[in-house]
Design a protein around this ligand. Structure first.
Ligand code: TXA
Ligand code: MG
Length: 351
């Protein structure tokens, strides 16, 4: 594939407009620019320019049938992209935009096949990030942007992650510091009745149902395997993965601590270097040098901000195995964090 000289823009208060104008002109000219949103870093290109969108797929090594989210800076901009905005979709947009909610609707002809993975629907989102919305506005384009990682790797939460994965593969990266949330947007399909949540995020099922009534949940939110190691079912669990094996241990904090202790004994026998991703409550029980904290177990927003960072951190430390303490709260964004770790894990143990 083509080698790019990837330009890195550092955003500061005094150069905000100037940098974003430069970055916007890269988008206008059919280039690719990684930029921060409130959720994770995205890799953007003009959503209506097929060859620009093709560069996104090439840079990420993303399968062609996996559609992209199109980012807008206003609700009005959606009229260019979708046939009609259904009433319930409109209610959700008014309530949660700008913010981490992606809404799927019937696309207009003008949206190219490559952007939607050949589907006749398109996913739209207005990010709650000044850098992102300014970039979209200045470019005058709707911006297609998947998470800015190599396909299958954890989503990037700092510019450094994007540099690791995509340097030399894209035109530019805007470094706007660490993102706020750390897990990707909630995705809801509004083309079915009732609408269906396809991916959990910070905006929860309860948040959504409070506005538009019952919705379906179309992701796997309950995986019961008992107390044994099993391979995660299906291809859909091969996302968000670092290079090494990840094992998730779920249950009450004290049970998880006991289980991980036993696992460490077993793996110690084979001289394996194990990385532990723990809650603050479990840390004192382990002395391994490779420990990363997700924060207190009752503060899932902290776990959200830290999980992808932690998985990448362990990769960089060249561990042989990562064990994740899944005893953190699944309330609010905690459900989304649990979903992402399950997808990263090769096995899930419930204790
Ligand atoms: O927070 C986010 O959503 C981030 C930031 C950059 O905005 N973006 C992101 O994009 O996570 P990506 O490509 O990593 O995930 C998009 C998800 C994929 O699971 C994709 O299959 C789904 O949305 N998706 C996109 N368009 C769709 C459509 N028309 N129908 C069904 N699923 C769709
Ligand atoms: Mg992604």
């Amino acid at each position: 594939m083509t080698t790019y000289k990837t330009q890195i823009f550092h955003i500061r208060k005094h150069n905000f407009e100037k940098i974003l104008k430069e970055a916007a002109s890269v988008i206008k000219n059919g280039g690719t620019v990684a930029f921060p949103t409130e959720t994770v870093y995205g890799l953007g290109a003009d959503a209506l320019n097929s060859s620009a969108v093709r560069s996104i797929f090439q840079a990420k090594g993303r399968p062609a049938d996996n559609p992209l989210i199109v980012h807008v800076f206003s609700k009005e901009q959606c009229n260019e992209l979708v046939e009609i905005i259904p009433k319930k979709a409109s209610i959700l947009m008014d309530k949660f935009w700008p913010g981490p909610l992606t809404v799927i609707m019937q696309r207009k002809e003008i949206v190219p096949d490559i952007t939607t993975g050949g589907l006749d629907t398109v996913a739209l989102r207005m990010p709650d990030s000044k850098i992102a919305t300014k970039l979209i506005e200045l470019s005058g384009k709707a911006i297609a942007a998947p998470s800015a990682n190599l396909s299958g790797k954890p989503s990037p939460t700092i510019a450094g992650h994007v540099i690791t994965d995509l340097s030399g593969r894209i035109d530019a990266i805007i470094d706007g510091g660490p993102v706020e949330l750390g897990v990707e947007s909630t995705v809801i399909d509004m083309t079915t009745e009732p609408p269906a949540i396809l991916r959990p995020g910070k905006i929860s099922q309860q948040d959504i149902e409070g506005e538009i009534g019952p919705v379906n949940v179309a992701y796997d939110d309950k995986v019961h395997h008992g107390d044994k190691i099993v391979r995660s079912p299906g291809m859909k669990y091969t996302h968000y993965s670092p290079d090494v094996n990840v094992i998730l241990v779920e249950g009450k904090n004290e049970d998880v601590i006991a289980k991980i202790s036993q696992m460490l004994l077993d793996h110690g026998k084979n001289d394996e270097k194990v990385g532990l991703i723990l809650t603050e409550e479990s840390i004192e029980f382990f002395k391994s040098s490779k420990i990363f904290s997700l924060g207190e177990k009752d503060r899932p927003e902290k776990a959200a901000a830290r999980i992808f960072f932690g998985l990448r951190h362990m990769d960089e430390n060249k561990v042989d195995l990562i064990i994740v303490d899944g005893s953190f709260s699944r309330i609010g964004v905690g459900a989304a964090v649990g979903d992402r770790i399950r997808k990263a894990a090769r096995s899930i143990i419930e204790v």
